[in-house]
Ligand binder design. Sequence first.
Ligand SMILES: CC(C)(COP(=O)(O)OP(=O)(O)OC[C@H]1O[C@@H](n2cnc3c(N)ncnc32)[C@H](O)[C@@H]1OP(=O)(O)O)[C@@H](O)C(=O)NCCC(=O)NCCS
Length: 211
Amino acid sequence: MPEPIVIVGCGGHGREIFGIIAAINDSGGDVWKVAGFLDDAPSEAGLRGVERLGSVWLGPCGRLAGLDARYVIGIGDPRIRAGAADRLGPLGTPASPLVHPAATVGLDNDMADGVVVFAGARITTNVTLGPHVHVNQNATVGHDAVLAAFVQVNPLAAVSGSCVLGRAVLVGTNAAILQGRSVGDGSTVGAGACVVRDVGAERIVKGVPAR
Ligand SMILES: CC(C)(COP(=O)(O)OP(=O)(O)OC[C@H]1O[C@@H](n2cnc3c(N)ncnc32)[C@H](O)[C@@H]1OP(=O)(O)O)[C@@H](O)C(=O)NCCC(=O)NCCS
């Protein structure tokens, strides 16, 4: 029997996760049954997108309490995702990691509930992905890296071996973080940046080398 799941967020990120769940079901039998989407304030475009996927908006996030379903947070901004998790935590249980069948995940990795790994992403070995970490399309996370809760790695970014990323760090599209560097809680690495030195908490860095 497929397990019911709801996606929190009708935006593009949430609808992309709908596609990941469909791909998981296509590749390994019916693992999940998407009951629908939750969103406190869905946009018209988001609602139309949900409808085109053949799914439904079930109402605001508080509806999770009345549903016998796991949830996944389909919100790309790591801070907003963290806020949603704080509110949803008492109401339900996040889904076990959702890994697109076209992603590659090596041996000896630790992935918490709420993790999403998108198509083409590569996770190698002894990587820790905390709760609700999302690794987007074609991004890589190297050996022994530790990504704290809510980290967002955007498409094509390269998080090198032994990096340590703090809570709710955003790694922009096509950014590179050199091996062993750390990025503090709440910081943002701009698209295309190359991080060559440790970055403190609550910083925005960009450029090559990132400053
Ligand atoms: C770095 C970033 C966080 C800066 O955001 P911001 O503070 O709102 O920046 P602004 O757009 O106001 O731009 C401020 C300046 O930084 C420059 N800038 C913005 N992003 C930059 C980047 N990634 N690299 C280099 N310079 C950048 C702008 O050109 C502008 O320069 P100027 O003052 O000389 O005109 C953001 O641009 C970014 O790269 N975010 C990641 C987005 C991403 O990965 N999107 C993919 C989603 S799937």
